[in-house]
Design a protein around this ligand. Structure first.
Ligand code: NAI
Length: 480
């Protein structure tokens, strides 16, 4: 029986391995992690991450050919194929701080593999890593090989949180990069064989190592760039009276552009986009390409601008101060159908409002109070480390309370900010909400999900990103 071990039981390692176990009953899959609490959760009824469809798969396979364990060394030494899906945070100190990827966790995983292995291994980069990481890993393994053959493959993961299971079942492509040597090609075929259990062969692309590594960074940069492009347009729409939804629709009809990923919003979030672009920028700078670096940097700058612009709209609309006012925050996750809050725009929006002394009442259907408090008190980039290595008990932010539902959050509030596009927010009883709010009552829709006309008829002053402005807002321009 082929044995697979995945190091890192996170948003990528967990779902990816669960799907491999489901689709390949003849393969034994063990997911290992240094975080005891994560592994305990994977072995319980309350999985550590929320992802539609994941729970059923885990329940179906767990204990049969899918296992979760903290015995990292044992399972690594027994495996034929080792996936490495550990954190690759942005460095906060030293060379490349604020941009370069911190490969501490990756390197320690590689050294551990070298220490415990007694048979040949295929080591697969699943984490998103800088170009040429495979070369570094190869060196660590080769210098400690004790005669063992290690083949390094790059197999970046393209799943999107919220649709991870769907994406894994039916990927647009699976990308496998490897060495062009006979052993390298054999390793590629071995990994390809795993995926051919359910992925059509023509969707499995094989490349050299560096192309595979760079393709992942490039794909995320292109996706984030689309969001920043439409968000930049949204500011211009507000200034001119155009409607960003109409502009996106018209632009997206061009088959060369396509309609997806053209929704204006309060900004992109998630663990990857910003981190991967910063990483790309750093690689460009290191390779003497400052113009290319600056081009991609702009994608992040526009994202920060969009979040600032949103906060400024809120504050300026409410008589230029939110001090002491209750603002309801609907949605904290970085997008719907996930409980993930890493780099969610809600953090910056909330911090901006707290900076103006607002009182916040936050409701998200999938994010816990503890998580929200952590996010609002952790330093930038601290979130991207294993849970048990993050600061233990961050100070709670007193002006923040967590509500059980949208009605409680909005009760007696002055304004509402919609920051995640959860479906349940579309069907709220806004008349009831309006009746229980302070007047004038404001809605700032950071996701363009409410029917602005209907809300205006009820009596709300509504701000929708990139849409023609309410007369009230026109008189109070917000410059970021
Ligand atoms: P995560 O933080 O959810 O999971 C990483 C896990 O690795 C943690 O549970 C941590 O405890 C564990 N870990 C760290 N060092 C370890 C070691 N030496 N031994 C054993 N376990 C160790 O991170 P996530 O989101 O799963 O991301 C992993 C990688 O995949 C990152 O490089 C990320 O950029 C990339 N990625 C993430 C995607 C996403 O949507 N979250 C999508 C595609 C790629």
């Amino acid at each position: 029986m082929v044995k697979i071990c995945c190091i890192g039981a996170g948003y990528v390692g967990g779902p990816t391995m669960a799907v491999i176990a489901l689709k390949c009953p003849s393969i034994e899959v063990v997911v290992v992690d240094i975080s005891i609490s994560r592994i305990t959760a994977w072995n319980s009824d309350q999985l550590p991450i929320y992802e539609p469809g994941l729970e059923q798969i885990v329940k179906q396979c767990r204990g049969k050919n899918l296992f979760f364990s903290t015995d990292v060394e044992k399972h690594v030494s027994e495996a034929d194929i080792i996936f490495v899906s550990v954190n690759t945070p942005t460095k906060t100190q030293g060379l490349g701080a604020g941009k370069a990827a911190d490969l501490t966790y990756w390197e320690s995983a590689a050294r551990m593999i070298a220490n415990v292995s007694t048979s040949n291994k295929i080591v697969v980069e699943k984490s998103t890593v800088p170009v040429k990481t495979a070369e570094a890993i190869e060196k660590i393994l080769a210098f400690n090989s004790k005669g063992i053959d290690y083949q390094i493959l790059s197999n970046p993961e393209f799943l999107a949180e919220g649709t991870a299971i769907q994406d894994l079942f039916n990927p647009d492509r699976v990308l496998i990069g490897g060495r062009e040597t006979p052993n390298g090609q054999r390793a590629i075929q071995a990994l390809k064989h795993v995926y051919t259990h359910w992925v059509p062969e023509d969707r499995i692309i094989t490349t050299n190592l560096w192309s595979a590594e760079l393709s992942k960074l490039a794909a995320n940069a292109f996706l984030a760039q689309r969001i920043s492009s439409v968000n930049a347009m949204s500011a211009l729409c507000e200034a001119t009276g155009a409607d960003v939804a109409q502009v996106s629709d018209a632009v997206g009809k061009d088959t060369r552009i396509g309609p997806k990923f053209l929704n204006a919003s309060v900004g992109f979030g998630g663990s990857c986009f910003q981190k991967d672009i910063l990483n790309l920028v750093y690689i460009c700078e290191c390779n003497g390409l400052p113009e290319v670096a600056n081009y991609w940097k702009q994608v992040i700058k526009v994202n920060d601008y969009q979040k600032n612009r949103f906060v400024n709209r809120v504050v300026s609309s409410m008589f230029n101060t939110v001090s002491g006012k209750k603002i309801a925050i609907l949605g904290f996750a970085f997008k719907k159908d996930t409980g993930d809050t890493r780099e969610t725009p809600a953090i910056d929006v909330c911090k901006g409002l707290l900076g103006d002394k607002a009182r916040l009442s936050i409701y998200d259907p999938q994010v816990t109070e503890d998580q929200i408090q952590r996010d609002l008190s952790l330093n930038k980039f601290d979130w991207d480390h294993p849970v048990h290595l993050q600061p233990m008990s961050p100070n709670t932010v007193k002006q923040v309370s967590i509500a059980w539902d949208a009605y409680e959050a909005t009760k007696e509030s002055h304004g509402i900010c919609i920051l995640t596009e959860w479906d349940e927010f579309k069907s709220l009883d806004f008349q009831r909400i309006f009746d229980n709010m302070q007047k004038p009552a404001f809605v700032f829709d950071g996701r363009n999900i409410v029917d602005a006309k209907k809300l205006r008829d009820i009596g709300f002053i509504v701000y929708s990103i990139g849409k023609p402005l309410d007369p009230w807002l026109k008189d109070m321009p917000a410059v970021a």
